[in-house]
Design a protein around this ligand. Structure first.
Ligand SMILES: [Mn+2]
Length: 331
């Protein structure tokens, strides 16, 4: 664990405006660290703008600060112009600039462009980078950043950072969960976060449509390699039939992953002409290497990629041999 780089602290201390953004299809860590940092900077009297390409997913709209998100890139441009150089930009929880989507170019045009992230495959973009691949979450890093800046964590910020940590660790189960992760979570609870309330909001919040979608998705289960690889899929037809949305599929992949023989769970999602693939591993298999082979990225245990112009079956048929090979090599 590295201390927060001095140049990052200096950049934050010396600028009065900040544009913050995170990766497309943001998850709990992306949004929790985004709104958590925004709260810290606002507490320092900074003028902060959080940009997202799409509105905040319904699941995360309870996060304080989510109501202030800007989805109009022109507004970011005007904000940056008005700041006249007295500004920094920050990319959170994002391993490469492409994944910032439309905001990537605008953020990169603002200097300094700071990158705070924990993806192992982070390709080192930005002017100032604080990359910690062994951290559980970007949210955990934002907690340390607040401390390094000498800032108190507000109850709103604590809610955001706890969300980031509990979602990115699979509720403190993944191997990136360290004693420091628990120490930070413990401090957040001491600040008033209620783990039971957070679990209700984040995990026990199914709609009937989501349950019906789960029923259909699980019916597609396929097993390969002596039950070491599990594959499930969701099609647009299933979403139509159940009235659920793609957002509702969050965490479905953890069910096949939980089977004791399964080393890698695969979730194929049909999105128009694109197949989006999520991979979750346990044990020695490194699925970030597999995702990288297909132009994606992520973590050892959680990664993903997208394939345009092929159907679900074709993508599965390309992927299974690569996974079998990776599993053959894993300890
Ligand atoms: Mn993350």
């Amino acid at each position: 664990m590295r201390p927060v780089p001095e140049d990052l602290l200096a950049a934050i201390r010396s600028r009065s405006c900040a544009v913050l953004a995170t990766h497309v299809n943001p998850d709990g860590d992306a949004l929790g660290s985004l709104f958590g940092l925004a709260d810290i900077l606002r507490g320092m009297g900074r003028n902060v703008l959080c940009f997202l390409e799409d509105p905040v997913p319904r699941l995360y709209r309870f996060l304080p600060g989510s109501e202030r998100v800007v989805t109009d890139i022109d507004q970011v441009r005007r904000f940056a112009e008005k700041a006249a150089g007295d500004i920094l930009s920050v990319s959170l929880d994002c391993g490469d600039q492409q994944r910032l989507g439309g905001s990537g170019r605008i953020l990169a045009a603002i200097h300094p462009f700071a990158v705070i992230d924990h993806h192992r495959g982070n390709n080192g973009f930005g002017d100032l980078a604080w990359i910690e691949p062994d951290r559980s979450s970007t949210g955990e890093m934002i907690f340390d950043l607040a401390r390094a800046l000498g800032r108190e964590i507000t109850p709103d910020c604590a809610t955001c950072l706890y969300t980031a940590i509990v979602t990115d660790t699979g509720s403190f189960r993944y191997d990136s969960t360290s004693s420091h992760t628990f120490a930070v979570a413990g401090e957040l609870v001491a600040l008033g976060v209620r783990p039971d309330v957070m679990a209700d909001r984040l995990f026990d919040n199914y709609s009937v449509g989501r349950l019906r979608l789960l029923q259909r998705v699980l019916a597609t289960l396929e097993l390969y390699d002596n039950n070491r690889i599990a594959v499930i899929r969701v099609t647009e037809e299933m979403l139509r039939a159940t009235g659920a949305t793609m957002e509702d599929t969050e965490n479905f992949i953890n069910l096949p992953r939980a089977v004791h023989t399964v080393q890698v769970a695969v979730f194929l999602k049909e999105k128009g002409e694109i197949v989006s693939v999520s991979l979750r591993a346990k044990g020695g298999c490194d699925v970030s290497r597999v995702a990288a082979r297909f132009g994606g990225g992520g973590h050892r245990n959680a990664s993903g990629f997208r394939v345009p112009g092929h159907g679900l079956d074709a993508v599965r048929d390309m992927l299974i041999p690569v996974l079998e090979k990776e599993l053959g090599q894993s300890p």
